[in-house]
Each structure stands twice: as structure tokens, then as C-alpha cells.
Design a protein around this ligand. Sequence first.
Ligand SMILES: *Cc1c(COP(=O)(O)O)cnc(C)c1O
Length: 374
Amino acid sequence: MSNFIPVCEPFLDGREREYVEKTIRDGWISSSGEYINEFEKKFAQYMGVKNAITTNNGTTALHLALAALKIGPGDEVIIPDFTMIATAFSVCYTGAKPVFVDADLLTWNMDVSKIEEKVTAKTKAIMCVHIYGHPCDMESLKSIAKKHNLFLIEDAAEVHGATFNSEKCGTIGEVGCFSLFANKIITTGEGGMVITNDDHLAERCRYLKNLSFPLRGPREYIHEEIGFNYRMSNVIAAIGAAQVEKMDFYIQKRKEVEKIYQEKLKNVPGILFQKKISGSDPICWMVSITVDEKKYGRSRNELMDILKENGIESRKFFYPMHRQPALKNFGCDINGSYPNSIQLSETGLYLPSATNLAEEKIDRVSCVIQKHQK
Ligand SMILES: *Cc1c(COP(=O)(O)O)cnc(C)c1O
């Protein structure tokens, strides 16, 4: 269908082709090459942080951060129940257990008032997720982490460039992890980044991500720790180096997309947007809404079917962690009470959100939503 509107498309608007062609012309296509350093340097500069370490995706960025902090079997890591599965899986890879906290219904982020009841003697870290581009309450999270002597890890996969109290998300905890997947704010197709101001932690990340080859000295093929191959290739980094040059532009464009939707949908009863917390300057990862069936007259699923019939792709919100079969089999808590997380997963969807989505398409989507309200 030529009129089909996909939920997201990557937007490669800068010098991507030029940089990629250079890697191929020069033959530097492995993880050695100038664009790795350049991308890391530019990303660190943008975030205002001392160290940025590329990885091959966002999931491995999270695992690498946890491994570098020496989190492992017997430990517990607190995560939101309402998140993308990679948050939980990265904890599982270390042998530690993810412990879930219910969401807040207005911000859709982890409800910080429900964290402390989940802290045990085994808890080593809180991994917060800035869901759909909205910063968590980092002030509360920092004070809880400090009080219980826990690491604060930011899953910043969806939040490139957003701030809390003027600090960039991903730089507020010990370590922040980004995804560069095709639908994220900047993308390399597949890719990830770990950022930290802690030089020692950064060294550990660089060491572990390269199969624990010693960082200095001659190559002797002697490895002191179990490491991983989470390296990014120079070809991919070339795309990243071009993307990061235009980060502010991409952020601005998506904000504009969201603003147009908000304007057009503001009078449709039962269509609700995410609420930002005070002190935060969110970005828009995906234009996300929840459907209040009583007010809108139709369920989320009905609305998604109608959108589909009109050639418009949409996506359901994430499915609660405590209901994931894989995590249940891993021994995670499935009996706890997570009503808000369930409600979000049953009523939420995201709308077409591409960075360069034309206003006329946003108009078409909004009209379909408006017209089918009962
Ligand atoms: C996208 C995403 C990830 C994983 O990133 P990949 O690059 O797809 O591995 C992790 N956490 C959250 C919250 C995400 O949205």
C-alpha cells in the first residue's frame, strides 16, 4: 500500500554516506578505525561526560555496565515492571535476579515510592528506565541509591538528550546505557553506547567488551576475566559519527511531531499523553498514548485495528515483566501486585513517530483517531 504509514523509519540526514564510503575506501571495516574514537568522543562531548564506550547494541551496553560493576549470581537488581525486555534480560545474563517495581500511571516510569520495599540484603543496584523519552525522578532515585548503598544504572535507551534538573539523562547515575537501534533518536541500525564519568568503570567496560584482552602491553592471549565480544565495527561507527552531529536537530524534529499530534488530539476524550515530572525536559522517543475506553468509547485494540484498516501502523506498549514466561522460569516474582504496569500495557499504543514524518500524515492519523471516537 503506497499510502501506508509505518510506526517509525530511520532518518539519515547528514554525512552518513560520506563517512561509510570512507571506511570502505580505506579498508577500515573492523572495530579498529578512526570513526570508533570519533563517535565515542562526539557522543561523550554531547552528553558532557568523560567516557563513552561503543557496543554492538543497547542490550549488550546494559550487560556490559552490569558486568563492569561486578554484579553477578546471588545479587538482585531493581528494575521497572513496565519496560522493554532487554532491561530484565541484561540482568539475567549476569546471573543476578531482576526485581520489579510497579509503574506510576501519570509518568509511566517506575514509581519511586515503591522502591524501598523491594530492597533486600542482596540488592546491588537500581536500573531505572526513562520510558519513552521521559526522565525518571532522578533526585529521589539518587537519594534512595545513596541511602542503601546501591549503584544507580540508567537504561537511557529511549532518552538521548533529555534532561533532569538540567543534567543529561545517562550522566546522573554511575553509568548510562544507550541503544542506537533503527527506531531510536539517533541510530546506527544496531548499536549501543555506555557512558560514565568514572574512569575506572570505563576501563573495565573497554576491557570486558573486547574479550578481556589486556588494554596495554603486547598481545599475549592471556585473559584474566571472562569477557565478551561486544565491539562495534568502524562502518557502523561512521554512521553514528554522522548521526551525533545532528542530534539536536533529530530531537527537535521528533518533538515537533509530538507537538502536532498533541494539538490535534487534545480535544479527543479518553486519549491521554505521558505526563512529565517537574524539573525534567523530556524528548519524544515514540508518540505514545493511552486509551481510556470509558471516555473514548473503544478499546486500545479496537483503535489499533481501525488504524490498521486505514493503512496506519501502530504498536502496543510493552508487556509487564512479571508476566513474561522467560522471567517466570528464571525465578522472578510473578505474584506481586503491578496493577499500573498491567493497565499501561493494556491501554497504551504508539503512533507513527518517524523523525521526518510529514504533517499531512500526522493529520491523517489524528483524523482517524478523532473520527472513530464513540
Ligand atoms: C531499545 C531498548 C533497549 C535495547 O536496545 P537494543 O539496541 O535493541 O539492544 C533496552 N532498553 C530499552 C528501554 C529500550 O527501549
